[in-house]
Design a protein around this ligand. Structure first.
Ligand code: ADP
Ligand code: ZN
Length: 695
């Protein structure tokens, strides 16, 4: 382990392993298979790169993204690690050279596209090479239940078995439901793996939700991009058409934006990606086709122009912000239309599958539950971070600074061990596994449970609430309005209508609308006819809220209907309550902010304590940061590397804070190892010196 620590320090410039990394690296060095489930930005690469440096022979890394390998290897070389890659972008002659050099022991780490595994020449190579470790990056790609299934990943298991000496296998992923995790273990043939699931909290990310009319979304996005022109950001859209439209509008507004979706020619996609990665284009507007494995660590914001279909998808996409650990913003813009679009997609998509009608309906039901949890996120009045973590099976955000034991390594165990149930909850999210039904259900099984601030909390919704202090709900730019009475009326009405009608009819009946249809159906005689004196918009919103909490189920399709949901009966209980968000007017918002800062003393925020972690630096830091960033860009351009490969934003920030003057001091900067000192030390030290002199 000492050799590993030395490699971490000398090559990667980090003083110590994070808790999860340490557990995995120790196991791998001991020759054990591992499965690591860690959120984006947790530092998964270190888990195989450091063993790659330390262990005899060449570590193979299977990675799905050919376009990314070049950058990954450049990063390694920059850190003084002997890396190489093998994929279809190399000519056969180049591939032969790489394999020959690998046999001569020229590389510590070699990236390989999964397609290579079926190439006889590669197999011959692998049979004679010393391979102590095989790492499978984005391991969820092996599962058909995951979002990014790659058939070529199915060949990995047999490949491992075919090797004369079986290497240790390290499977790594940021997203894995219980089902996917079981698939990973089974299909890769992991043997008694150490399974590690680290905390999913990303304290440096600010989460925000804003409900906006579709036509106002564009202006909101443009405003954000223009206000932060130097920041890299990703804007996710749900359709190609929106991607085009939003990108055009941003460019029109003067934002350096590029676009990416599956409908574009490969060359344009490639060019867009490159421009974004090299900081030439600040903003990437894309569908979800963009991003898996995007290594860019300095993405400062991710804005969703539309609501995605599940918390899993959202967290994965939003999680591409702030991988360097520096503050970053994740903003979800949504409108009613997004919800119906998602419902529509659910019906469409499963229609194409070759499934039995029962299977298809089961899939739809799962998707619907996942969607409702997502809708719940949009509506919830409690902490957004807490909502997400609950969904993933964690009760609350980790304490500030508890990045060590408390935050990571919570569930290190052999498969089937104690950490298992928790991880299943995390994983299945909207789809609780049967065995979870009891105790753990709070976490995974009831993602929207918090919505109804029900039970003892009724009347004092803030009582059990966690404030992370770094999300739009904790910042409190809305007011929680009690709509329990309205909700009860809706439930009674849906019950009375026996789930035969859609949202509009429920609203009309409750509001006592005098329409032809109501009269012809005799619904003006219903007990709940005219039971509510509220706006149609409010009643509709209450219906959505109830659906998000699984009290109701809404189907879309030709005849959308509203019926009672699995938790429908709970709404009849005395302790049931429901609160709704109402946006505050700007003046109220300012007042609220004043009140909060008056009340909140030090440590008042139970959550991530972002204020403490990202406390203000000394004067002039921002200016110096800009200069170092410019230097980084010009050095990177000259070498044809992405800027984040030279140094992460976090490393630049640390330079600003430490203001190193000597080589030794420069080595103290997080992210600076010996190779980087040698390569960049002089330039950066000179820039810092010049800055200090002028100041
Ligand atoms: P992942 O693949 O899990 O998304 P990465 O491997 O890209 O994460 O690492 C995320 C960031 O964290 C990178 O900038 C990386 O250099 C940094 N990092 C990794 N390990 C450590 C560590 N032990 N200490 C500090 N920073 C680290
Ligand atoms: Zn919060």
């Amino acid at each position: 382990m000492r050799a590993a620590e030395r490699a971490l320090r000398d090559h990667f410039g980090y003083a110590e392993f994070r808790a999860g990394q340490r557990t995995l690296v120790e196991a791998v060095l001991a020759g054990r298979d591992v499965l690591g489930v860690m959120p984006t930005g947790a530092g998964k690469s270190v888990c195989y790169q450091v063993p790659g440096v330390v262990m005899e022979g060449v570590t193979l890394v299977i990675s799905p993204l050919v376009s990314l390998m070049g950058d990954q290897v450049r990063s390694l070389l920059d850190a003084g690690v002997r890396g190489a890659y093998l994929n279809s972008t190399l000519t056969p002659a180049q591939q032969s050279t790489v394999m020959r050099r690998a046999l001569e022991g020229a590389y510590d780490v070699m990236y390989v596209a999964p397609e290579r595994l079926s190439d006889p020449r590669f197999r011959a190579f692998a049979a004679s090479a010393a391979i102590p470790l095989l790492a499978v990056d984005e391991a969820h790609c092996v599962s058909q239940w995951g979002q990014d299934f790659r058939p070529s990943y199915l060949a990995i298991g047999a490949f491992i078995e075919s090797l004369p000496v079986r290497p240790a296998v390290a499977a790594l992923t940021a997203t894995a439901t219980g089902r996917v995790r079981a698939d990973i273990v089974r299909l890769l043939g992991l043997r008694d793996p150490l399974v590690l699931v680290t905390g999913f909290d990303r304290p440096n990310l600010f989460f925000g939700v804003e409900r906006l009319e579709p036509k106002r979304k564009l202006a909101r996005i443009a405003a954000h991009a223009l206000a932060n022109p130097a920041d890299a950001g990703i804007v996710y859209c749900s359709t190609r058409k929106d991607t085009e439209r939003v990108c055009d509008a941003l460019v029109e507004a003067g934002v350096a934006a590029v676009r990416y979706h599956a409908g574009l020619p490969a060359a344009e996609r490639e060019a867009s990606q490159r421009a974004f990665i090299t900081d030439d284009a600040a903003v990437m507007v894309a569908t979800n086709a963009f991003g898996m494995g995007i290594d860019k660590s300095n993405v400062r914001y991710v804005i969703h122009h539309n609501m995605p279909g599940s918390i899993e998808a959202y967290y994965q996409e939003a999680g591409r912000a702030g991988r360097d650990g520096e503050p970053a913003r994740c903003l979800l813009l949504w409108s009613d239309g997004d919800v119906s679009t998602c419902r529509f997609f659910i019906d469409q998509e499963s229609g194409n599958d070759e499934l039995t009608p029962e299977e298809a309906e089961a899939v739809r039901a799962t998707r619907r539950r996942m969607l409702e949890a997502m809708v719940g996120y949009c509506y919830t009045t409690s902490c957004l971070r807490e909502y997400i973590l609950r969904y993933f099976g964690e009760k609350e955000p980790a304490e500030a600074g508890a990045e060590g034991e408390a935050r990571a390594g919570v569930a290190a165990s052999a498969a089937g061990g104690e950490g298992e149930a928790r991880a299943d909850a995390a994983a299945t999210g909207g789809e609780p596994a049967g065995k979870l039904a009891a105790g753990v259900a709070v976490a995974g099984g009831e993602p929207a449970g918090e919505l109804a601030a029900g039970g003892q909390d009724a009347g004092s919704p803030a009582a059990a609430q966690h404030f992370c202090g770094n999300c739009s709900n904790c910042d409190g730019d809305f007011e929680a309005v009690d709509v329990t009475l309205e909700a009860r009326a809706v439930m009674r009405c849906v019950h009375e209508l026996r789930g035969r009608f859609g949202k509009g009819m429920v609203v009309d009946v409750l509001r006592g609308a005098d329409t032809e249809r109501i009269r012809s159906l005799g619904l003006d005689g219903a007990r709940t006819y005219g039971a509510l004196d509220a706006s149609a918009a409010l009643v509709k919103e209450v219906i959505e809220l109830l659906a998000a909490g699984e009290y109701l189920v809404i189907t879309e399709g030709t005849y959308p209907t509203v019926g009672l949901g699995p938790r429908g009966r709970e709404a009849a209980r005395d302790d049931f309550s429901l609160t709704m968000k109402k946006a505050l007017r700007p003046a109220d918002r300012r007042r609220r902010a004043r009140e909060r800062s008056a009340v909140a003393g030090p440590g008042a925020h139970v959550g991530t304590g972002v204020g403490r972690v990202f406390g203000a630096g000394s004067f002039g830091d921002d200016e110096l940061f800009e200069r170092l960033r410019a230097l980084r860009k010009s050095l990177a351009d000259a070498m044809g590397k992405p800027p984040y490969v030279v140094f992460s934003d976090a490393a630049l920030r640390d330079m600003c804070a430490k203001r190193p003057a000597t080589d030794e001091e420069f080595l103290e900067v997080s992210g600076v190892g010996l190779a980087k000192l040698k390569r960049y030390g002089e330039d950066f030290l000179a820039e810092i010196r010049a800055f200090e002199k002028e100041g």
